[in-house]
Write a protein that binds this ligand. Structure first.
Ligand code: BG6
Length: 489
């Protein structure tokens, strides 16, 4: 494949994301020789000289443990523009700089606009880029945009309309960084490259699927944003539903962006809406209380900075999703995600149905169902839980696990999600980004639940201790159906 050439403009270049993820990822791409000609313009409000900005980039790359000798050459391609997002003259100056860099580096008029900043400015920036002619380019132009993409369906529509004035749908790369994770990308391969899974991947053989993404961190310094968001908007609308769509989609006829997206969209269309009174039957919300983690006392959510002392915001969600199509009718997809939980872990457990009759004595349970566990993070791999004969005399069955660890086998660290996402946006591959239809459908699913949660105060909050696995009600959600959460640690 051809190496990409582009001018990359990062809006929000002094922010946390740029520092922690974007600069180190770009450096890795540069070091691996994956970039052809490029230059970067850091765009942010504060005044900085190019040299000061370059020093920051260098620090951020070094802090990430990168020590490549080429670091000075890398940062020499970084420029800084002090910007006022609402002022046309500021965009005109940025446009002039962009043109100079384009000529100087021979970037073929290709431009990436990466919005890594407060979402309230996304729309304004897109409109100005068009009006002030930064999008009049001779090469490609692409908008790479961080979450949140709106706060609900209505605001997402408004935002989408604004950015669509300047960019067409194929020029918009909406980031869901879970789609850049190695093992999330592996879901499709595990399903569609193995004769032994795809034939069983349906309601005849699968009893339920459990997707867990637990975090140990609390809300940290993001109280202001999180109070208005909560776990449902922050994690479920995007990352959790994206994983569900990859698990549930039909095999695409080809591995093209459009074919994969259209299969994912069909899953969202088949997702059964949960509304009104059903919300309490299908969904559980939690909020963390104080607790002890790593032998340190941690405060309750309501005691965090910028958080209301009577906050009704959820920091945990568990839910049961039903996908009403031929493949999945009757199979619950259970999801759960929360902050300040026992472990940092993202895992998918596919539980197969029990065999028709159990011939073998198993001491603990009557039957150990087969499980396929996909470990997304921190470990990356898959485990298949089977039953085998216990060695020795007799016919006792015992559970055995077949393990595949990604890292162990390849002997290499898998590239960070952001490195892959950046590279894809530079190459023009939008497969691992979310199409507008996916965003809209997942908001409409989530909006029904928020509507109920926002209008009723949850009297049990806080309802789980920091360092636990969430509220008891989440266990009951599965018990009602005769299931339980498989442990994730
Ligand atoms: C982000 C959320 O999208 O995902 C954060 O806004 C959350 O609240 C993060 O902590 C989790 O990502 P990861 O990659 O650490 O699982």
């Amino acid at each position: 494949t051809e190496k990409p050439t582009a001018l990359i403009m990062i809006f929000g270049a002094t922010g946390d994301l740029a520092n922690r993820k974007l600069f180190p990822s770009l450096f890795n791409l540069f070091e691996k020789g994956k970039l052809d000609k490029f230059a970067v313009v850091g765009v942010a409000r504060r005044t900085l000289s190019n040299e000061e900005f370059q020093r920051k980039v260098k620090e951020s790359v070094k802090e990430n443990g990168e020590t490549g000798a080429d670091i000075d050459e890398f940062v020499s391609k970084f420029y800084y523009h002090s910007h006022d997002v609402t002022d046309s003259s500021s965009y005109l100056a940025l446009g002039k700089l962009a043109e100079e860099l384009d000529n100087h580096y021979g970037l073929n008029g290709n431009r990436i606009f990466y919005l890594a900043m407060a979402p309230e400015f996304f729309g304004t920036i897109a409109e100005h880029l068009k009006k002030d002619k930064l999008t009049d380019v001779s090469g490609f132009k692409r908008l790479v945009i961080e979450k949140p993409f709106g706060h609900d369906l209505e605001s997402a529509k408004v935002l989408n309309k604004q950015i669509r004035k300047a960019f067409s749908e194929d020029e918009i790369y909406r980031i869901d960084h879970y789609l850049g994770k190695e093992m999330v990308q592996n879901i499709e391969v595990i399903r569609f490259a193995n004769a032994m899974f795809e034939p069983l991947w349906n309601n005849r053989y699968i009893s339920n699927i459990q997707v867990t993404s637990s975090e140990t961190l609390g809300v940290e310094e993001r109280g202001r944003y999180y109070e208005k968001s909560g776990a449902l908007r922050d994690m479920v609308q995007n990352h959790m539903l994206q994983m569900v769509s990859l698990l549930a989609m039909e095999p695409p006829i080809k591995l093209t962006t459009d074919e994969i997206r259209s299969e994912k969209v069909r899953v969202f269309r088949a997702l059964r809406p949960v509304k009104g009174e059903e919300v309490t039957e299908y969904f559980v919300r939690g909020q963390y209380d104080k607790g002890v983690m790593n032998e340190t006392d941690v405060p309750a959510y309501r005691q965090e900075e910028m958080v209301d002392s009577e906050s009704n915001t959820e920091t945990y969600v568990a839910g049961k999703l039903m996908i009403d199509n031929f493949r999945w009718a009757g199979v619950p997809f259970y999801i759960r995600t929360g902050k300040r939980m026992m472990a940092k872990s993202t895992k998918i457990v596919i539980q197969f149905k029990d065999i028709p009759m159990n011939l073998y004595y198993q001491p603990e349970k009557t039957v150990n169902p087969n499980l396929l566990v996909i470990h997304i993070q921190p470990e990356e791999g898959i485990t298949l839980h089977l039953n085998a004969k216990k060695s020795g005399q007799g016919t006792e069955a015992t559970p055995v696990k077949l393990n595949y660890a990604n890292k162990g086998i390849e002997g290499l660290n898998t590239p960070e999600a952001y490195e892959k996402i950046l590279y894809d946006s530079l190459r023009g591959d939008a497969t691992n980004f979310t199409h507008w239809d996916e965003v809209a459908l997942s908001w409409s699913f989530v909006d029904n639940i928020s509507a109920v949660w926002e209008s009723t105060k949850e009297p049990s909050f806080p309802n789980y201790a920091s360092g636990s696995m969430g509220p008891d009600a989440a266990d009951k959600l599965l018990e009602k159906d005769g299931f339980f959460w498989w442990p994730i640690t």
